[in-house]
Design a protein around this ligand. Structure first.
Ligand SMILES: N[C@@H](CCC(=O)N[C@@H](CS)C(=O)NCC(=O)O)C(=O)O
Length: 210
């Protein structure tokens, strides 16, 4: 099986999947799609993902090529084909909580901070930032309140789970948009702990910056 990840260095959704690859130690080639040049809207990329988004995982298996889209679906697929180390550990309730925390970022926070949404909201960069900060605060506040019930060293217990793969790239965006993590004490602690792990460091945007 040959794996190729189409990604962008600063895309938070791409970082989630790069981090999963680092944890599972699955070999994968990385191909950059330059979002600033609009490569995600070109014919070649739209054939891989009609949404015009990264990440996309190309899987060549048994002479067939599959394009997997949506970071959560990609990570769940990786978990199915290689269980250990598990990103969805624990019992059914713990796994449901890991998915719920992931979704707070995946569907409740990240989509509204996308550049195309900011631009549709306003052409004024200051208004774009205000919009983005508002939605990041809203999302991280919900995450903070829910994560208090399960947090150990990380979001759910003491090992990195899929929830952390969604949270930490979102924290990176919070910092970019001047939302101080000190507003969210549990999240700030998890963010610091995550950066102590080699897999988080190895998959971080600065390691992929062109
Ligand atoms: N739910 C999608 C979100 C993907 C997404 O929004 N990707 C952004 C970068 S983080 C993107 O490709 N944006 C391109 C654009 O806005 O034109 C996922 O999890 O894969």
């Amino acid at each position: 099986m040959q794996l190729k990840l189409y990604h962008y260095w600063r895309s938070s959704s791409s970082w989630r999947v790069r981090w999963a690859f680092a944890i599972k130690k699955m070999p994968c080639a990385f191909v950059a799609v330059d979002l600033l040049k609009g490569e995600q809207k070109g014919d070649a990329h739209l054939k891989r993902n009609p949404s015009g988004h990264v990440p996309v995982l190309e899987v060549e298996d048994g002479g067939k090529t599959f394009f997997l889209t949506e970071s959560l679906a990609i990570i769940e697929w990786m978990e199915e084909i290689q269980k250990e180390p598990s990103l969805l550990p624990g019992n059914s309730f713990q796994r449901a909580r890991i998915r719920a925390l992931s979704e707070i970022v995946n569907s409740g926070t990240q989509p509204v901070q996308n550049l195309k949404v900011q631009k549709f909201h306003s052409s004024d960069p200051e208004k774009q930032k205000e919009w983005t900060r508002h939605w990041i605060r809203e999302g991280l506040s919900a995450y903070e309140n829910l994560v208090k019930e399960t947090a150990g060293k990380f979001s759910v217990g003491d090992t990195v789970t899929m929830a952390d793969l969604f949270l930490i790239p979102q924290c990176y965006n919070a910092k970019r948009f001047d939302v101080p993590l000190s507003e969210f004490s549990t999240i700030a602690r998890i963010d610091a702990a995550a950066f102590q792990t080699s897999e988080c460091q190895a998959s971080a945007p600065d390691k992929f910056q062109p």
